[in-house]
Write a protein that binds this ligand. Structure first.
Ligand code: F6R
Length: 603
């Protein structure tokens, strides 16, 4: 969602800010803007549309060495030029960019209007500019502090003031901000992607911090860290999209999440970051997984792993719903928040709800130092590397592997035998190569994806372990191809949706070689009898009867066999490629699907 980038130093800020904003485009936005501090005060340029349009339309003399930029995802007021950030006070002496939501904006707008202030936009953010301008404090930091004392809500923000031309002030509460330290220059951004090409020395601000940045430094006691990220990770390179690149990175990403965490001697996993000793681990009576969207579906796969390997009752719930039903928080339940970005507000609020009621939460998070990671009592970092595409692929694979590691560790302090532990470890070690074998089938998958793309509506079906895979497959398909795709338990088709099956409505069916394979094949015959086109993702040794001979049997996709508990992830990979190639065939902007943002930071 919204993005912030800021600069103070010896270079012209405009190209740096525009480049930073372009690097934030993947997060989703509908307008963009810049404010610069030059010799004549503050200059602002902003408009609805793309960052490129903003850059092309800048006035000739748009110079300055201190500046802020923003990409906006409309919340208060429509996406238009006026509502785009930065926002200024009436005299144009203060400019503000802001991520988050000011909950008491309506009351503040009312008060300001009564005081005679004319508000130019419909946004919550604009009140901040007026409050900063109205403060009597001597320093810019003091003015921002006074303004923020009036605010209820969440923010990551950056402020310029014409009376303090050598600095910008940034502040955070619930919306991430990272300060980047360069050579006699400082950056600030809501996402590392915006500044990583210029510096990898960063400090993650904490909630409640207000910090002044000047070319020579910044006012925080926080230690800086050097992030170990190759800036190239933020380039698509020879790939036509980030999603394609990230799907192909999955074998390497999978190796990273497993590295150093498997212990063959004891047939277990080592997850030091959980911050729980064996006694505490044994005391867990239930596992509750919380995530949103695809992370929720992988959470369902994770719950199945925990139940199978550790024999602990486990389930997953959409984090966006969790706190609204006044959940019962039990002391012997382990809550697990799962998130790629670590910023998803629904998941963060669910974590806070659990902690507020005294529950223990661990995080399965990809972005190091993110809000969810910091809010949890411990966790497992996913090490998938930066994920830029909106459609999550490699992070989800690593979430699944994170759950496998967790289930293994929970199982081995309970009744999972050492032999079974070693069997799982061997299976996990085989996975990166097997994922590669599935990726190698891309050409064949692209062909059948082209046929699926022609359908207006399709089903994804699976049972037990395969059902969350079907949900994730349908999710991926609809979010980037914009085709209606519905996931169902194969066993439930006959209780209703079979009525929709026809030669126009294909079904992608998951039929692993497990105890349900025969029943699954039986259900497919019912689809075939109604001339429903079939694409079956299965193992080599599954006998499909005469199904493959039928004219509307479109394709059998074979994935390698592993331990059956680990089947879901190998079944998921071909569904990513199907969604991707369907979207490509339809000519969609794969990395920026319509109406979607990479990190959903508002409720
Ligand atoms: C789907 C997708 C979303 C995210 C969801 C949670 O491809 O990317 O459904 O999975 O918004 O995001 P994170 O994992 O960042 O919490």
């Amino acid at each position: 969602m919204c993005g912030i980038v800021g600069y103070v130093g010896g270079q012209q800020a405009t190209p740096l800010l525009l480049e930073g904003l372009a690097r934030l485009e993947h997060r989703g936005y509908d307008s963009a803007g810049l404010a610069l501090l030059g010799g004549t005060g503050i200059k602002v340029a902003k408009r609805a549309g793309r960052v490129r349009d903003l850059g092309d339309g800048l006035p000739k003399r748009f110079a300055g060495k201190v500046g802020i930029g923003h990409t906006r995802w409309a919340t208060h007021g429509p996406a238009n030029d006026v509502n785009a950030h930065p926002h200024t006070d009436a005299r144009g002496r203060v400019a503000v960019v802001h991520n988050g939501i000011i909950d008491n904006a309506a009351a503040l707008r009312h008060r300001l209007t009564e005081q005679g202030v004319e508000l130019a936009s419909d946004t919550d953010t604009e009140v901040l500019a007026h409050l900063v301008a109205g403060s009597d404090a001597d320093t810019l930091e003091g003015k921002v502090r006074e303004a923020l004392a009036e605010i209820e809500g969440t923010y990551g923000l950056a402020v310029l003031h014409a009376d303090f031309p050598d600095r910008l002030v940034v502040a955070r509460n619930g919306s991430p901000l990272i300060v980047g330290v360069g050579e006699r220059e400082m950056f600030v951004a809501s996402d590392l992607a915006a500044i990583v090409r210029h510096t990898t020395t960063v400090a993650h601000l904490e909630d409640g911090e207000i910090v002044t940045l000047t070319a020579s430094g910044f006012t925080t006691a926080r230690d800086t860290t050097v992030v170990d990220i190759d800036p190239e990770a933020y380039d698509a390179g020879e790939h036509e999209s980030f999603m394609h690149k990230e799907m192909l990175e999955q074998p390497a990403a999978a190796e990273r999440v497993l590295r150093g965490r498997l212990d063959d001697r004891f047939g277990t996993a080592h997850l030091g970051g959980l911050n729980m000793d064996a006694r505490e681990t044994r005391a867990i009576r239930r596992v509750k997984i919380l995530g949103c969207g695809s992370a929720y579906y992988v959470g369902q796969m994770g719950a199945a792993l925990v139940e199978e390997l550790a024999r602990i009752p486990a389930d997953a719930e959409a984090a966006s719903e969790f706190r609204y039903r006044n959940p019962i928080i039990e002391p012997d339940t382990l809550y697990v928040a799962v998130s790629q970005s670590g910023e998803t507000i629904d998941t963060l609020l669910a974590v806070q709800e659990v902690r507020r009621k005294g529950g223990r939460v661990i995080g399965l998070v990809n972005v190091v130092g993110s809000a969810i990671a910091r809010e949890c009592d411990g966790g497992i970092y996913l090490h998938a590397g930066p994920e830029v595409a909106v459609a999550s692929t490699k992070a989800l694979t690593n979430m699944f592997l994170g759950f496998a590691l967790l289930a293994l560790q929970l199982g081995r302090v309970r009744d999972l035998s050492i032999a079974d532990g070693r069997r799982l470890i061997a299976g996990l070690n085989r996975l990166p190569e097997q994922i590669q074998q599935v990726l190698d089938q891309e050409d064949a998958l692209a062909e059948v994806a082209g046929r699926l793309a022609d359908a207006d509506s399709l089903f994804f079906v699976g049972r037990v372990r395969g059902y969350p895979v079907a949900r994730e497959g349908a999710q991926k398909f609809k979010e980037i191809s914009y085709r209606h795709a519905e996931a169902y338990q194969t066993s439930e088709l006959k209780h209703g949706p079979l009525a929709l099956i026809s030669s126009e409505v294909p079904t992608v069916a998951l039929v692993p070689a497990d105890e349900l394979a025969d029943r699954n094949v039986g259900a497919l015959h019912e689809i075939a009898a109604r001339r429903g086109p079939l694409v079956v993702v299965t193992h080599e040794d599954v006998d499909l009867g005469e199904l493959d001979a039928l004219p509307h049997f479109w394709q059998r996709i074979v994935v390698p066999r592993n331990e059956r508990e680990l089947d879901p992830i190998l079944l998921t990979i071909p569904l990513q490629l199907l969604a991707y190639h369907a979207a490509l065939r339809l000519g969609h902007d794969i990395d920026k699907p319509r109406n979607l943002a990479k990190s959903v930071t508002v409720e």
